[in-house]
Design a protein around this ligand. Sequence first.
Ligand code: NOJ
Length: 537
Amino acid sequence: MSTLDWWRTGTIYQVYIRSFADGNGDGTGDINGLRSKLPYLADLGIDGIWINPWYPSPLLDGGYDVADYRDIHPSFGTLEDADAMIEEAHELGIRILVDLVPNHCSWDHVWFKAALQAAPGSPERARFHFTEGSVADDGTVGPPNNWKSVFGGPAWTQVDDGQWYLHLFDPSQPDLDWTHPEVREEFRSILRFWLDRGADGFRVDVAHGLAKDMDFPDLSDHVQILSSAKQPNHAHWDRDELHEIVREWRAVLDEYDGRMMVAEAWVSEESLPKYLRPDEYHQSFSFDLLMAAWNADAYRSTITSVYEPAKALGAASTWVLSNHDVMRHTTRFGLPADESWRTWPVTGPADALDTELGERRARVAALITLGLPGASYLYQGEELGLPEVWELPWDVLDDPVARRSEGTQKGRDGCRVPIPWTAAGESFGFGGPAWMPQPERFAAYATDQQIGVDGSFHSLYKDALRIRREHFVDDAELTWIDAGDGVLAYSRASGVRCVANMGAEPVPMPAGEILLTSMPGLTDELPSDTAVWLRPT
Ligand code: NOJ
């Protein structure tokens, strides 16, 4: 067993609760569904679970619009169910991370409802960013500035008395004012609420967004919303003031044993170290690999750019191939390099997708990432090779991205479709009639088609997690090996190597004892888009 903190080397499985497993047959995933699948997850070999928001919410952004931070959405269960789940997970050696959403709440939150009832300038409005609009030369009144919502459209909505409130995301997600002491105190108390219930830590949403320039200056036109985090002194991303807030949270976590928090921070390589200072986050997601082009050079330089700064700080790298915000990577990898996965579901053409290629590459990416030092975050269904449901019709889409993109993007529902557990039966064994329709092709990916089947995605992940625990987790060393054009190769301190042929031509199988191959039957050579883990003989 590793002597390092579990989260430094762990495999953390992301559960999108609404779509994981439905315990009561109402068509929506829930905590009791998750409880029933804990043995499945323990058998897969994961170390922790991050659960997407499970709080009471109008679900206008999949639960990232929180109406009450100290309760559970009735569709997902009760606090007692959550307590039981945490206890059962712990008995199986699995840690639980709760999703903390501090940048904004829901417009159904008691604070925001009170703010709407109260007058401009009232204490109730002071917990949010309410302000007057701007007046143009011709006297017309508009939003206070030109900030845009990440989901499209202005970041401001006007209320009946003429004031405007800020929402960097959907209008249903008003931003909290983190200069307000009550906001600060409330979130410290929320942290304690979940820590006292046994949560092992938090995934922190929009960690780079909490602080705003309180003069609300216009942004220059060319600045894009998320990449703007790379701009120094941006008016609402990655501002220095937010670190003081993080330090307050860290002090709370440090009152407890062994708890951690991971930041969802879309910031530049230069900025990231600030989030990982010893009195701030334990780790931060890196999404760079998720964005990298499919070739050995791009992977090597991206991995280096994530690994080296983390190592220099004594922090752990994180590896992410998919999550609930992006197209599932089996599908992403099957699209031509010049195709944008964000718009392709709208623009097509459907025959641009090469499913077999995507799946081959997804297997290679699994061996590359699961062999690296650091934590690996897996998204539910990734271990089944589940594809994106890119063909969902517009009328079933639920994501605000689809609603606000004016027909240019279908949004994120395609990666949030309920998991198929069995090839037969209602909703492929998910539970009742699935809240988001599942395609017929899901039958082939169901767990009962894969568990114990040689060569299945599930077997690959299960074998990889077992070997990872045996050979990869006791150190943070990574040594690159020059293995020729198109081949990515590295070794770990144990001597175990990962060799991935990302080029077009086959290469001879490297010397050593084969521990695992991305496809069955690889012995003499590594064809294009295959990988192997080897140990020295
Ligand atoms: C990031 C979350 O991952 C995403 O799903 C959500 O829409 C935004 N933050 C806003 O909370």
